[in-house]
Design a protein around this ligand. Structure first.
Ligand code: ZN
Length: 293
């Protein structure tokens, strides 16, 4: 564990080893490790672990979940949901350019597939997620340790990033920001942990122009998760974004915001256009946002 970079989520001070887990230097706040994963949560965020469990159980059964046993292939798996993610990854790598040893916070990392791909490209990654599940959460990331492109990871909340101030060159919220009731909390955390020249990238979040369509799409997803046994904040706070609002929220901390729309291919465009006509709603777009100071 790189204890120069990870920090106490309560007081942001340095961490040291303590009884099989960790303890912060300034406040003495203790943190346990479970199955090799440190749990860097404030006391008041610990209830989220139960929500994460319920969410993972429902998510695992969903058609959009990563196919079982596919963790080493992600995002390059034959699935209409994962194909656009593969294209988003390509767009991200083009935007970032050569790694040059840069350090990345991967927030809401799921299985850690993005950290794996970025490590492969030469970035140093620190992945966090609230879901520790062995199939769809950070527990699955153990498979990457044997690839020669390992990365550091811990259970953490999107609303409190367990990193030292100014320790990151890049922060990525990959399909995660739309699980927070107020994305500005995570955006402020990005501003705290990034260096002055650092960038926040937001990708694979569903974004609309039309509010009614955004609300309908999110409520359909929530119904599906609840039917599968999902409950708690990860389901309740889920939403689809309105582009103008997300961009305004990013600008509260990062005045320079640019939007990149990856080309997901003709097949994707045609099937989405048809579906949109049949359902009489605007379907989500999945842009990559780059936010800088
Ligand atoms: Zn502390």
């Amino acid at each position: 564990m790189d204890l120069e970079t990870w920090a106490c989520p309560t007081c942001f001070s340095r961490l040291g080893p303590h009884e099989g887990g960790f303890r912060c230097v300034d406040g003495g706040h203790p943190f346990a490790s479970r199955d090799g994963l440190p749990i860097f949560l404030r006391r008041e965020d610990e209830a989220l672990l139960l929500d994460a469990k319920a969410y993972a159980a429902a998510w695992k059964r969903d058609v959009l979940a990563p196919p079982k046993g596919s963790v080493l292939e992600l995002p390059f798996v034959a699935s209409p949901y994962w194909r656009p993610k593969a294209r988003s990854l390509q767009a991200l790598l083009e935007i970032l350019g050569p790694a040059r040893g840069r350090i990345v916070a991967d927030m809401g990392a799921g299985t850690g597939w993005l950290s794996y791909r970025l490590s492969e490209a030469g970035f140093r990654c620190y992945a966090t997620d609230i879901v520790a599940d062995e199939d769809v959460g950070l527990g699955a990331a153990r498979a990457y340790d044997r690839t020669g492109h390992p990365f550091e990871r811990a259970v953490a909340s999107l609303s409190r990033w367990p990193f030292r101030a100014g320790s990151m060159d890049i922060a990525v919220c990959n399909a995660s920001l739309h699980y927070l009731a107020d994305p500005r909390v995570a955006i402020a955390e990005a501003a705290r942990v990034l260096t002055a020249a650092g960038s926040l990238l937001v990708m694979n979040d569903p974004v609309h122009s039309d509010r009614r369509s955004a609300e309908r799409a999110s409520s359909d997803f929530k119904d599906r998760m609840r039917a599968g046994g999902g409950s708690g904040r990860l389901v309740d706070e889920h939403r689809h974004f309105i582009a103008a609002e997300l961009e305004a929220d990013l600008r509260t901390k990062f005045p320079k915001v640019s939007r990149h729309d990856p080309d997901f291919g003709a097949g994707f465009r045609v099937s989405r256009a048809l579906k949109s006509i049949v359902l009489r709603m605007e379907l989500a777009s999945f842009p990559v946002y780059v936010a800088r100071r």
